[in-house]
Design a protein. Structure first.
Length: 287
């Protein structure tokens, strides 16, 4: 496995059409919205969940690519596996040995980190990849739709409705929203967890393809539109991440109607100010 030797920052742009990209359980599962600006939000943990799901499908839980935060998992059972390992049992510092075991065997731990002190102690891991919340470029309009189910769940319900077995429900969507997420990859932390160049390529593959292996009627049409990677030629970096992100401009496309409400990615134009890229930083568009 090739060691990661470069600090990396990236901009990830995706969109949703007629779907709910990330429901808020505290608001009846409506799409998350910044209450002051009306801009849509997608949490970092929502995006990490999709990365985990992609890796789980792509690697089929192969050695070194198990997932710690699986759906319906019991985390302490996974930590117990580390302490049952013969090398961990014979180690002087069992917590440190268990931590190394978990990083080696679980992709999401060596990528995003984890707290593993909830049972048999395997310590804590700071992951080399960190993500921000994704925020929509423009304010979004959330819509609620009434839907009908032509069936009921029980005989008692059928009797109460006298054979008219229709039940009503609601579905929330965003007609269209273009979202921007910023990411940071630390080569220093990657060395500590064993996160490699091969792991990085798998992560980028996940960002490109994760919506296609996680389709849901509730989420509508979600698509990865741009992945812009800033690679530094050093471990600590050659420029502040925020200055690099400012080089990416997302504006309304002048070739479409700029006064119309955006309803597709074609209504926007994404540009990179390549002339202002600092020395020691290279830019690559992976999507």
């Amino acid at each position: 496995m090739a060691e990661l030797k470069n600090k990396i920052d990236f901009v990830y742009i995706f969109d949703v059409q007629d779907g709910n990209p990330n429901g808020d359980p505290d608001a009846g599962n409506l799409p998350r919205v910044d209450a002051e600006t009306g801009m849509g939000l997608v949490t970092d943990v929502c995006l990490k969940r999709k990365v985990r799901n992609y890796v789980q499908v792509a690697k089929s839980l192969a050695d070194g690519y198990d997932i710690f935060i699986k759906e319906k998992a019991v985390l302490n059972n996974e930590i117990d596996k580390a302490h049952d390992d013969s090398e961990v049992k014979s180690a002087k510092d069992k917590t440190a040995a268990a931590r190394l075991f978990m990083c080696k065997n679980y992709y999401d731990i060596r990528t995003f980190g984890a707290v593993m002190s909830t049972g048999k102690n395997a310590g804590q891991v700071r992951g080399p990849i960190q993500l921000t919340f994704a925020r929509s470029v423009d304010s979004i309009a959330t819509a609620e739709h009434s839907i009908t189910r032509m069936a009921v769940a029980t005989e008692n319900e059928a009797e109460k409705q006298k054979g008219d077995n229709r039940t009503m429900g609601r579905k929330a969507t965003v007609p269209y929203g273009l979202y921007v997420c910023h990411g940071f990859i630390s080569a220093n932390l990657a060395k500590q967890t064993g996160f490699s160049e091969e792991d990085l390529q798998l992560f980028f593959d996940a960002l490109k393809n994760m919506f296609d292996v996680d389709r849901s009627a509730a989420r509508g049409l979600m698509s990865a539109q741009k992945l812009i990677v800033f690679k530094h030629d050093s471990i600590l970096g050659n420029a502040p991440a925020n200055k690099l992100f400012d080089l990416v401009k997302i504006e309304r496309n002048p070739d479409t109607n700029p006064d119309a409400v955006p309803r597709s990615f074609n209504d926007y134009k994404v540009t990179i100010d390549m002339d202002s890229v600092p020395s020691g930083v290279t830019v690559e568009e992976l999507i």
